[in-house]
Design a binder for this molecule. Sequence first.
Ligand SMILES: Cc1ncc(COP(=O)(O)O)c(C=O)c1O
Length: 370
Amino acid sequence: MSTGQKEAAPRKALEQINNYITAKTIESVKRELGIDRIIKLAGNENTNGYSPKVKEAIRLSLEGLSYYPDMNCTILREKLSKLHGVEEEQLIFGNGSFELISIIAQTYLEEGDESIIAEPSFGWYKNVTWQMGAKVVSLPLKNHKVDLEIIRENITDRTKIIWICNPNNPTGTILTEKELREFLQELPSGIILVLDEAYVDYVMEEGYPDSVSLLKSYQNVILLRTFSKAYGLASFRIGYGIASKQVVLQLNKVRLPINTNALAQTAAAASLEDREFYRYVLQSNKEGLKLYYKTLTELGLEFVPSNCNFILFNTGLDGDTVTGEYYKKGILIRSGKEFGLPTWVRISIGTREENELVLETLKEILRRQA
Ligand SMILES: Cc1ncc(COP(=O)(O)O)c(C=O)c1O
């Protein structure tokens, strides 16, 4: 609609930003396709749901919702401080780790600063860098893995943040403790290293870092965790960061005073109490991955062994076409095109029944396209 008024100019820094591509919701696809059953495997959510203990805790907490939530996240803070063996002041909570990524950029990036991202990776690092008028230094992976060597070579005196997603989304690969420690030893001081560990719970490969212990020696490291994946609380919106007290003090200057809602805090705290459900989720994921490895090997398709709740593989066909074929059946997956891998797809691991259906459908698609 045009009112004839001149459009107000947004900040210059925003000119290069396209709208963030988000996965479609189940409801919107139901409406569009007129199908009742939609299987969403495009956003790496937990299709096993969340712990029954969460449901009960939420039911009991409904009374207090006309009040503002606990701005300090006291109960959750106490639990996580014990779980990780860190001081309570080393924790910061966010409306998902998405928000924490924004907070980090707002705290540290000046116009013209550089932020290093090994790509393909989680897309939000790039957006927040641009929002601040800083420069994205995009570096390639090596064999689908973050290449610390090339990162080291590209550090300049303008480098302010290095974003490392470990394990990496969308490839599922990890950096080991040894590799990270060697890198940190040579990292010039004054650079923030963000280790986004959204998928930490799913890691199976040997050598994954005890990242909390890195904080003892390196005060500019920030760890990011989320309740959206293994705990299945994606819709509640809650994640947290662990860092030195000094860093958390700075991050808190930018954070909205009330950024995590009461239900999210209650759900997160309750989910930590149910280790049985947590183990079930991890076991289900492990079995799902095993089925993918077996089937993809039989089909002769290249894949990246995953430490996450998704798998990236090469269909040998156009990734958008494959994604479109799945879509017609009400199965939502992610095309590799947006990651610069045009013949690949990324599919979240679902329940056994969902995984079997996805793989049967894959065989059908391959037969039809042959
Ligand atoms: C690597 C990574 N970091 C952060 C997030 C954001 O998670 P949330 O905001 O739900 O905590 C995601 C979501 O998929 C992710 O893949």
